[in-house]
Write a protein that binds this ligand. Structure first.
Ligand SMILES: NC(=O)c1ccc[n+]([C@@H]2O[C@H](COP(=O)([O-])OP(=O)(O)OC[C@H]3O[C@@H](n4cnc5c(N)ncnc54)[C@H](O)[C@@H]3O)[C@@H](O)[C@H]2O)c1
Length: 332
């Protein structure tokens, strides 16, 4: 298929572009290259004739129109996959307007243009955070109500509602994917797992919000991307699909696990790294726990996460060890 993938120079987007090309699709990447996106993330694809990179903003209607009407070298797109977004919760607390603008207005702009030009399918990449925090041991289903806590998750909820409104209003073939926390190569160093690794390597304090007992489920980025491509193949119009890794743990346990792997990889004493763990004031509005029931995706798409938690985490730590030249300049 001919695909337009927005945000393809970011963490999930760059992994998705690579997987889509491996599966035989042709891809145009549209990305504004904000602080979070980088051409470097796609550098290995520069000579790939099935990939075109365009620097552009999804909020800019004329850029979006131009990109969508051009298609892949004149061949009409079969689908738009919107992975472009402002994604860091802490930044959303400092500047909610930017998040509303990129995540809501940008998504609406893409939806308008894609529908007007009859692009057959639109996939909106969303998040478990639209449901807010869950207590006890339950999991959110796709019937669970929206209850976002942060400006980030509120803006993602707004984007989801726009996407669903295009299905209800125009019968436009829109699917939404909601996923738990991703880990893997090319994740910007401000996010939790890269922060643990890079601060440990630099001998800097590793911040843990509040009591460190907030729980997240972690999924390997490649499994998430595989899920998105299965929605491309078999997703039903107007449907929501959940993806998760079934690897739930507290932030303290996650941090300890990563430091244990790092100590093994570097052949150093683990207690040296553990002494860097530092409790800091909790994030305002911090959700306690997220967890998604993804059995509908298994039944309807035949999807399951394939990467074993231990091996995925070791691979991720090794990637950051090997790619210091990628992450170090991003800390400045
Ligand atoms: N990372 C996770 O754990 C996670 C979990 C669930 C859902 N998601 C969702 O997946 C998507 C991708 O997340 P990520 O972690 O890869 O984010 P990221 O911050 O690494 O990448 C976002 C990309 O979007 C681009 N971008 C930002 N504003 C843009 C604009 N106005 N126009 C064009 N491009 C723009 C950036 O340059 C960057 O390349 C987001 O929609 C996010 O909400 C992420």
């Amino acid at each position: 298929m001919n695909l337009l993938i927005t945000g393809g120079a970011g963490f999930i987007g760059s992994n998705l572009v690579r997987l889509a090309l491996e599966r035989g699709h042709r891809v145009v990447t549209l990305d504004a290259l904000t602080y979070a996106g980088s051409r470097e993330n796609l550098a290995d694809l520069d000579a790939n004739p099935n990939h075109i990179f365009i620097k552009g903003d999804i909020r800019d209607y004329s850029t979006v129109e131009q990109t969508i009407t051009t298609g892949f070298n004149g061949d009409v797109f079969d689908a738009v996959i919107n992975s472009a977004a402002e994604t860091h919760v802490d930044r959303s607390i400092l500047n909610a307007t930017l998040f509303a603008d990129t995540n809501v207005v940008g998504t609406a702009t893409l939806l308008d243009s894609a529908r007007r030009h009859s692009i057959k399918k639109f996939i909106q990449i969303s998040t478990d955070e639209v449901y807010g925090s869950i207590t006890g041991s339950g999991k959110f289903t796709r019937q669970s109500p929206y209850n976002p806590s942060s400006p980030y998750s509120s803006s993602k909820t707004g984007a989801d509602l726009f996407a669903l409104s295009f299905y209800h209003t125009y019968q436009y073939d829109v699917c939404i994917t909601r996923c738990t926390n991703n880990y893997g190569q090319f994740q910007f160093p401000e996010k939790f797992i890269p922060t643990i690794i890079t601060n440990a390597l630099l001998g800097k304090k590793i911040p843990l919000y509040g009591d460190g007992l907030n729980i997240r489920d972690w999924i390997y980025v490649g499994d998430h991307c595989d899920g998105i491509l299965s929605v491309l193949e078999a997703g039903q119009a107007g449907s929501i699909y959940h993806f998760g890794g079934s690897n739930e743990l507290t932030n303290i346990d996650l941090c300890s696990k990563i430091l244990q792997i790092l100590a093994q990889e570097l052949s150093i004493d683990e207690s040296q790294l553990r002494s860097l763990m530092t409790f800091v004031e909790d994030r305002p509005g911090h959700d306690r726990r997220y967890a998604l029931d993804w059995t509908d995706s298994e039944r309807e798409l035949g999807w399951k996460p394939k990467t074993r938690w231990d091996s995925g985490l070791v691979d991720t730590v090794r990637w950051y060890l090997k790619n210091r030249a990628w992450w170090e300049p991003k800390l400045k």
